[in-house]
Design a protein around this ligand. Structure first.
Ligand SMILES: Cc1cc2nc3c(=O)[nH]c(=O)nc-3n(C[C@H](O)[C@H](O)[C@H](O)COP(=O)(O)OP(=O)(O)OC[C@H]3O[C@@H](n4cnc5c(N)ncnc54)[C@H](O)[C@@H]3O)c2cc1C
Length: 456
């Protein structure tokens, strides 16, 4: 019974952190997907034992628990179950230890990615995952979604940059995984199983993160192309080089026009642009730039430019980061997917998306982390118009079918949440989904942790 559970919870959590007003529950009812469901109660946890106790109470009363960082998920992953419990980690935001010699940081799950990076900077270190949402998303949420960003092409996403975790499973047990060392082959890799599990297997309370020397980006290059396929071919050439750029981003012609219109950037009217960052020791930069320029040049390359200085570089990147919100100025609604294909298939992906756009009569704007084959496909439409809604839904089905045909995957960094569940069976196949269900059963026998997400 809900009322019994609330009574038990009120004995464990002080009233100021056990939010039951409708206003508070509505505040915690949605995420960036614009979906929503109003929970029965919101708990702002401050201690690991509170997380354990809340999970145990939820288990006794069969109530769903949705872990929540800052709810920047774009897929509905952090939308609670109606009348369930929201367990927010936002107050557990301590950086517990920074250990430069052993290259790790131990943090609580609710620390913001951006705050952590600021504390690491004086040590000349960074945590590689750099989602655009870094200033306002939590490390716990990043880990739960296997978040990444532009730097992923060279330094990896969350899964590549975590040494160990402490999490509370669906029975309330506190489990420690991994090690404090950069090498470990002791047993099954539960750490990486938890990363990307979107709150289904456990609630991450602490993490030991692998640190890297801070990437000092010294040069940024821009390359413009007359055809998207030519830009895609250049990406494949760059990824064959002995030095990998620390960012390799792609923008199609529509994205460039939006940037010119809304971000006061003077960009040529062409089919595609690549934006690359080069980092590394000063002594190696000239050679690295020469090799990269040679790879960028080739069929369809109109020009290659270098950002003149740090100010120009910062302007380019802030425009790149503003692209996604800028789309909202352009069309009332958008479906934003973050599909991935092998880099060598980028040209086929963009040709296929162009066909889908032409067939649907809708504008589809593509940009993203080309070096990982990770493209944000934005289907723009007016949700007030029935025909456009239908065309957008059909276009989305076709985009996923196209991606799977080219050995791709549904999501590179945003995860599955609620939105992409219907496509999981086709993407992974029944035996794999069945194994995932059995794993979920082991970690969460009563199925109370973030039900209704990821698994179809
Ligand atoms: C403007 C904008 C830009 C973005 N850019 C990027 C980008 O560049 N790259 C990228 O990867 N993503 C991006 N995202 C998506 C989003 O920011 C990331 O998925 C981020 O990792 C979510 O963090 P959060 O703290 O907001 O988590 P939430 O949204 O609160 O939660 C996300 C999921 O993680 C689970 N979860 C949260 N905390 C925990 C925990 N402690 N233990 C277990 N499960 C937990 C939740 O239950 C949910 O399933 C962007 C979003 C926005 C709005």
């Amino acid at each position: 019974m809900l009322s019994d559970a609330l009574l038990e919870l009120s004995k464990l959590i002080p009233p100021a952190r056990l939010l039951q007003s409708l206003a508070a529950r509505i505040t915690y009812s949605s995420d960036n997907s614009k979906r929503s469901a109003v929970p029965a109660v919101v708990i702002l946890a401050e201690h690991i034992n509170e997380v354990q106790q809340v999970v145990r109470v939820a288990g006794r009363h069969g109530l769903p628990v949705t872990a929540r960082g800052r709810a920047t998920s774009t897929t509905g992953a952090s939308v609670p179950t109606q009348n369930g419990i929201v367990l927010s980690l936002e107050r557990m935001r301590g950086v517990l230890e920074i250990n430069p010699a052993d290259r790790y940081a131990r943090v609580q799950a609710g620390v913001l990615n951006g705050d952590l990076q600021q504390q690491l900077a004086p040590h000349g270190l960074m945590w590689a995952p750099d989602p655009t949402s870094a200033p306002y998303s939590t490390v716990g949420g990043n880990l739960a979604c296997n978040a990444g960003g532009p730097r992923t092409v060279k330094y990896g996403a969350c899964r590549d940059n975590v040494l160990g975790l402490s999490f509370v499973d669906g029975t309330g047990a506190l489990i420690h995984t991994g090690a404090f060392t950069s090498k470990s082959s002791a047993g099954l890799d539960l750490t990486r199983l938890l990363v990307g599990s979107e709150g289904l297997l456990g609630i991450i309370v602490e993490a030991t993160l692998k640190l890297l020397p801070k990437s000092n980006v010294a040069r940024s290059l821009l390359a413009f192309y007359s055809q998207v396929a030519d830009a895609a071919a250049a990406v494949a050439r760059v990824m064959c080089l002995p030095t990998t750029p620390s960012a390799l981003e792609f923008m199609d012609g529509s994205a460039l026009r939006l940037l010119s219109q809304h971000q006061q950037l003077e960009l040529p009217n062409c089919a595609a642009m690549l934006l690359l960052d080069l980092d590394g020791p000063q002594s190696a930069l000239d050679e690295s730039e020469a090799l990269t320029r040679a790879a960028l040049a080739g069929a369809g390359c109109l020009s290659i430019e270098r950002a003149a200085n740090d100010v120009e570089r910062a302007k380019l990147w802030s425009a790149r980061r503003a692209l996604s919100p800028t789309l909202r100025l352009h069309a009332p609604n958008k479906i934003n997917e973050d599909v991935v294909v092998p880099v060598s298939r980028l040209a086929e992906l963009s040709a296929g998306v162009e066909q889908i756009a032409a067939k649907s009569g809708l504008e589809i704007v593509c940009f993203g982390h080309a070096g990982n084959g990770n493209v944000h496909v934005n289907i723009l439409y007016d949700g007030e118009l029935e025909a456009q809604r239908v065309h957008a839904a059909t276009a989305l089905d076709e985009v996923f079918a196209l991606v799977l045909k080219h050995n791709g995957t549904l999501s590179g960094e945003h995860g599955i949440g609620i939105d992409k569940r219907p496509y999981m069976q086709a993407a992974l196949g029944a035996p794999t989904i069945d194994l995932m269900r059995r794993l979920k059963q082991c970690f969460d026998p009563q199925g109370i942790l973030n039900p209704g997400k990821v698994l179809p």
